[in-house]
Ligand binder design. Structure first.
Ligand SMILES: [Zn+2]
Length: 271
């Protein structure tokens, strides 16, 4: 595009640039005095007069709109509208089942926060997730797990009443180590989406007990010591409350963690 130079006669161009794009026809070569008068009178040029720098910029280069600050600011504002990405849905917009689920979590004294809804992306979707930080008053999920509420409820019910650790130790579960909650990915090596892609799965890498004992699934998942027996009991007890229970021995992908999910099945799948 040819650059225009000179006085505020660009005021004409400011209104007609779109229609006359690239034209240097007769109107563009009209009497400069008339154009200068137009410059002085036009409202656009009144604004121009308030900002000499902007006026000069317009006069110097008609391609400036791409660099001008106002359009950028408006574009930024539009990106934020109607509400910032990641802002959880308002509580009153939650469906009844979601509200009931949250009430049940509160009854169990679980701690959770509303998490950002997941837009469909490659098929992944999680409309009303929660970020579960405590399965009960005393059992922490670390880091907090993003799950759909029904799965969070199963986790809270399962770990909230810890009867397994006291069978093996003079201690209780203090922390469940979360290796993965929601993540948009297929099942390892395949094309079908994992239950993680819908917030219905929790991977657990290990536990910390109230006496400070650390029990890693990778280290004790297949042993014979008390830690291994504890993990075996956890795994067996999880089969039922969770519809899928996988871990060391299932396959190489689960050698270092338990995978518990709530996929709808006719019968639990525990391997
Ligand atoms: Zn998993």
């Amino acid at each position: 595009m040819r650059h225009r130079s000179g006085s505020c006669s660009i005021g004409r161009g400011g209104r007609q640039e779109r229609g006359d794009h690239g034209s240097d026809g007769p109107r563009a070569t009209g009497a400069s005095s008339l154009l200068n008068l137009t410059c002085l009178l036009r409202p656009l040029l009144t604004a121009c007069a308030l900002s000499l720098a902007a006026c000069q910029a317009f006069a110097a280069d008609v391609e400036l709109p791409a660099q001008a600050p106002i359009p950028q600011a408006r574009e930024e504002a539009l990106r934020r509208s109607p509400r910032p990405p990641g802002k959880p849905a308002a509580k009153q917009l939650l469906p009844a089942a979601e509200q009931t689920c949250r009430a049940a979590l509160r009854d169990l004294q679980a701690s959770f926060a509303e998490a950002a809804p997941v837009e469909k992306k490659g098929g992944c979707a999680l409309q009303h997730p929660v970020e579960l930080s405590f399965a009960s008053r005393h059992i922490r999920i670390e880091p907090p797990a993003v799950l759909d509420c029904q799965t969070a409820l199963v986790v809270a019910r399962f770990f909230g009443t810890d009867r397994i650790a006291p069978k093996h130790f003079r201690a209780a579960i203090k922390t469940v180590h979360n290796a993965s909650g929601y993540v948009c990915r297929p099942i390892g090596g395949g094309r079908n989406l994992s239950e993680h892609a819908f917030g219905r799965a929790l991977d657990i890498s290990g536990f910390t007990l109230s006496d400070g004992r650390q029990i890693a699934v990778q280290q004790h998942g297949r042993g014979q010591g008390p830690e291994a027996k504890f993990l075996r009991d956890i795994r067996e007890a999880a089969c039922g409350p969770f519809s899928t229970v996988l871990g060391p021995g299932t396959d190489a992908a689960h050698a270092d963690h338990f995978h518990f999910d709530t996929k709808k099945r006719r019968a639990p799948y525990c391997r």
